[in-house]
Design a protein around this ligand. Sequence first.
Ligand code: HEC
Ligand code: HEC
Ligand code: HEC
Ligand code: HEC
Length: 121
Amino acid sequence: MNVLMNMRILIMGLALFFLLPAPGYSARKHECSFCHISHTGKGMLLLNESVNDLCLGCHPDKKGIGEHKIDIVPSRQVEGLPLGRDGKITCITCHDPHLWSSLNLLRIEPPELCLKCHSQY
Ligand code: HEC
Ligand code: HEC
Ligand code: HEC
Ligand code: HEC
């Protein structure tokens, strides 16, 4: 094999490495340090912000018209989804930031997700 051939194989290998989705591909988009500061011996502390502010800091388009409401208390009992301390909907009611394996980090896929709080969808 000549040098040029070796170069081609190397470049193709590199291209594949970067193009193929890794298992649990979301992990490549979110680094732990996006949301946590590591604290020697004490594990992971969440950045000192409310969860919604944390998420909206990088996803500012996720609030307002066309986006699902947050910061409201559902009128009916919600089972299987976490609400904020005050019983309000937060970004992590529907998303689990650690669920790398799920598309869009969703705890449950729609429509089941929506049916947790709505009678139809
Ligand atoms: C997009 C934001 C985000 C990212 C990225 C993230 N976390 Fe978290 N993490 C949270 C939130 C919010 C909580 C607290 C609420 C909860 O339990 O889900 C938390 C809680 C934790 C906890 C406390 C135990 C628990 O499960 O409640 C640990 C440990 C942790 N994260 C580790 C990690 C590690 C390790 C990574 C990287 C592989 C990571 N986190 C990435 C947002 C994030
Ligand atoms: C009621 C459930 C629910 C809540 C609350 C919610 N989301 Fe989502 N989110 C979804 C669903 C379902 C999808 C996937 C379908 C879609 O794109 O609308 C999604 C998709 C996303 C995506 C990826 C797709 C894109 O358009 O970029 C991001 C980022 C996101 N949400 C961020 C947030 C943030 C930040 C918050 C809090 C401000 C939030 N979400 C609150 C249900 C929710
Ligand atoms: C430091 C910035 C940062 C923070 C904080 C952050 N994200 Fe993200 N998030 C990103 C980036 C960058 C991407 C990849 C965007 C893309 O590929 O278009 C992403 C992607 C996502 C996606 C799409 C994942 C997929 O499967 O494609 C969701 C859902 C999401 N974020 C939700 C959240 C939620 C919920 C929080 C708060 C707990 C949060 N993010 C906090 C930067 C952040
Ligand atoms: C944790 C509970 C919860 C989940 C899960 C949930 N919703 Fe909602 N949704 C609500 C609440 C509470 C309201 C506000 C109702 C009101 O204003 O009286 C709402 C309002 C809405 C509205 C009315 C428009 C608006 O912004 O006022 C739409 C549309 C909607 N949700 C769609 C969805 C869809 C689609 C899903 C699934 C992807 C979903 N919801 C998941 C609780 C939830």
